[in-house]
Write a protein that binds this ligand. Sequence first.
Ligand code: LLP
Length: 384
Amino acid sequence: MIRKDLLPKLLSKATPFYFYDTALLRQTVEEIKRESSKYGYHVHYALKANTHDAVVKEIVSAGFGADCVSGNEVSYAKKMGIPSKKIAFAGVGKTDREILTALKAGIFSFNCESIPEIEVINELAMQEGMIAPIAIRINPDVDPETHEYITTGLKDNKFGINHWDFDLVAQKLKSLSNIELTGIHFHVGSQITNMGVFEQLSLKINKIASWFKENDFHLHHINVGGGLGINYDAPIQEPVADFKSYFKAFHDHIILEEGQQLHFELGRSVVAQCGHLISQVLYVKKGLETQFMILDAGMTELIRPALYGAHHEISVLTSDLPKEKYDVVGPVCESSDVFSKGIMLPKAQRGDIIAIHSSGAYGQTMASSYNMRDLVKGYTTEEL
Ligand code: LLP
């Protein structure tokens, strides 16, 4: 999974750092392009997953748009050469300043999450003498069967507008003069591996789209968000997610009007498998019933295990000695700073190099400098 010939280059960099395998990233992006273009679908890359410049450049060169959740992400998308007309802007708490940034950029759509937000966008657009294109983010009450922290489309989540508010929203939309409803938007959760969830979502969307049609709204597009999961347990066997089944699930179940566009916002499935967190063993310490492998990377570099109990496969790149049982932990002063407990790994010692796999999405972007640690860096194959 990490090419052996890259080892000397990896060893020449100060750990911890992220390594992004450009060849796998390109293969993934090509696969998305091939499968989505079969049906003429539009793909936005969810920047929150990874904003390492060289990674984003690869994705931009495929012609994908961006899904942003902050004014800074909108500005970054523009700086990276993503055309404004391919930028969607979501989020439940857009500030006035962020709305103005996006208005001035002339983005594709504001994905609006509440009636008060629609009112503020209308007011700011009026002030600027503009018409803001908006899509209503709808909470379809579909269970994505994933971790509760990354579930967004259930009726008690903070995201989106619920069906019982539709009449109110319709009234609002008709009364405000500086917004134009261009679409509807959904995102039910992340790391979804059951394609049946996307089928269910499509069926719900069909009903909701009919409601808008019956109420005289013309929807130029439907945005189904992201959410496609990856195989964290077997990244070698499945380095590229099943984009074929994913896009087909929508194609088979969603009913589009003539000329209506279908948009996607993929994050994790684009970048997760190409990224590895590279770290060094600092100490091996005997515990009561276990031995701790203490790394120089911790929850500050990759918070997913501590925050969601997420599993990431781990390899020792510099040892092929017989396996022993380890608790792999970080150096941060928190008991939750654990990558994996009781796993079998080749016997390791101080200085051995470890790779924590499938960490290209929500790894570097969620890093912090807690304990005044240095913010982790990243390198693509070419940058090593
Ligand atoms: N669109 C919207 C509106 C979103 O909220 C998200 C992710 C995406 C698209 C991209 O979803 P994806 O294709 O990556 O599943 N930090 C968590 C994941 C949080 C996802 C937040 N929203 C993790 O590490 O698992």
